[in-house]
Design a protein around this ligand. Structure first.
Ligand SMILES: NC(=O)c1ccc[n+]([C@@H]2O[C@H](COP(=O)([O-])OP(=O)(O)OC[C@H]3O[C@@H](n4cnc5c(N)ncnc54)[C@H](OP(=O)(O)O)[C@@H]3O)[C@@H](O)[C@H]2O)c1
Length: 375
């Protein structure tokens, strides 16, 4: 069974937390810059999920707008647009909705009693019996089996609230618009139970045009697990290679601020993820960034202790930068070099934490190397 998809929740709210107003017209909360940011996020996902009521009320296209992004996906062997996914207890959806337009795979997860009504959609989408009552866990497992590694959930209120309350989300991107709705009849993030995972981990705050983007990491295990899962997700962005691993790295300061991120081959052909992240920080300072003296570097693969492509290993980069702590997911299989990175780091006085529960996820990005004919 492949690992469950990484679940990224994305929505825009008013400054008082509303997702829409109560009028029949859709309230536009994002500006052009934020719509473009969401387009980039969409392009990095395998599927986009919205609830049936959003299909009915907003009639969204759920397509990637920028053709260059679709072209980049196609060049990587991906469909030009992510799959569109919805879930319904009633099966009451109009096959003429834009959701069902050609251009992307359409999946409808339907509660068993509604299957007869949903047959009218069978020419326009794959209809999947998701149980009675509909099981979101079944849906996530089924999406994983269909090759969905990253799922973007774009609403609406109930679906977002259910994912949060059930601790099924890994990330929340919240774009806060600079106005109020102030209408209790309007939909807002609707958690029917408090999230069991406790406070979210704030990973980023950014101005995007007129909206404030808040990027939170969620999920079990606290900040170490959450930042490491993010590092694994970054590894999916690596340009493909038959001779080097795909790795992601996140450098986090003492106060939880993300100082830099990197992934393999992000800037140059032989780049390692940790090296890229540290290079981004070095570029802005004369010596090593002083914040690194109290930072943690999260890496999906143990930092390399031996390397064929360049003279300086990632262990040496980390030690030279003065980083006191490393957290990693996957021990390097001895494919390309005789890596003993964890032991070398410990010998240099760096605290090393291994989270093997995330190793399968880090490895799954590299199966073409580990399960290929050369291994
Ligand atoms: N601001 C934003 O970023 C944003 C984004 C998206 C949507 N929105 C807004 O959100 C509003 C819609 O939100 P909403 O809460 O009314 O609807 P929703 O979350 O889009 O969809 C809810 C519907 O999805 C199906 N569903 C969800 N969970 C299910 C489960 N566990 N089992 C079975 N069926 C399930 C049901 O469909 P059936 O009714 O068919 O059974 C349910 O009625 C709209 O006003 C829209 O504009 C805002």
């Amino acid at each position: 069974m492949p690992p469950r998809p990484y679940v990224l929740l994305s929505c825009a709210t008013s400054a008082d937390g509303y997702l829409d107003d109560a009028s029949p017209e859709r309230l536009i909360l994002s500006g052009p810059a934020d719509l473009d940011r969401v387009d980039e996020v969409r392009a990095g996902c395998d599927a986009i999920l919205v609830g049936a009521q959003t299909v009915r009320a907003d009639n969204p296209r759920l397509l990637i707008r920028d053709p260059r992004r679709s072209a980049r996906r196609a060049a990587r062997g991906l469909p030009a647009h992510p799959a569109r996914v919805t879930l319904t207890a009633t099966g009451d959806l109009d096959p003429r909705a834009r959701f069902f337009a050609p251009g992307a795979l359409r999946l409808v997860y339907c509660a068993t009693p509604a299957l007869p009504l949903a047959t009218k959609l069978s020419g326009s989408a794959v209809i999947i019996d998701a149980g009675d009552p509909l099981s979101a866990d079944f849906m996530l497992d089924d999406l994983a089996e269909r090759g969905v590694a990253r799922l973007l959930v774009e609403g609406g209120a109930r679906v977002l609230g259910d994912f949060l309350a059930a601790d099924r989300a890994d990330e929340l991107n919240l774009a806060v618009a600079p106005f109020f709705v102030a209408d209790p009849a309007a939909p807002r993030l609707n958690l029917r139970a408090p999230s069991p995972a406790g406070p979210m981990t704030l990973a980023e705050t950014r101005r995007v045009g007129e909206v404030a983007l808040l990027r939170y990491l969620l999920g079990p295990g606290g900040p170490d697990h959450r930042f490491l899962r993010w590092a694994v997700e970054l590894s999916r962005l690596c340009p493909p290679s038959d001779s080097a691993f795909s790795v992601g790295a996140v450098v986090v300061g003492e106060d939880g601020e993300v100082l830099a991120t990197g992934f393999s081959r992000e800037q140059e052909e032989h780049d390692h993820a940790e090296e890229v992240a540290l290079r981004k920080l070095a570029g802005r300072n004369l010596g090593p960034d002083p914040r690194l003296r109290h930072a943690t570097i999260y890496s999906s693969l143990v930092p390399c202790g031996a390397r064929a492509s360049r003279p300086v290993t990632c262990v040496q980069h980390i030690v030279a930068a003065g980083i006191p702590r490393v957290v990693f997911a996957w021990r390097e299989p001895r494919l390309f070099t005789d890596g003993a990175g964890a032991e070398q780091l410990r010998a240099a006085g760096v605290a090393v934490t291994e989270l093997p529960g995330l190793a399968d996820r880090a490895r799954s990005v590299n199966v073409h190397l580990t399960d290929g004919p050369s291994s």
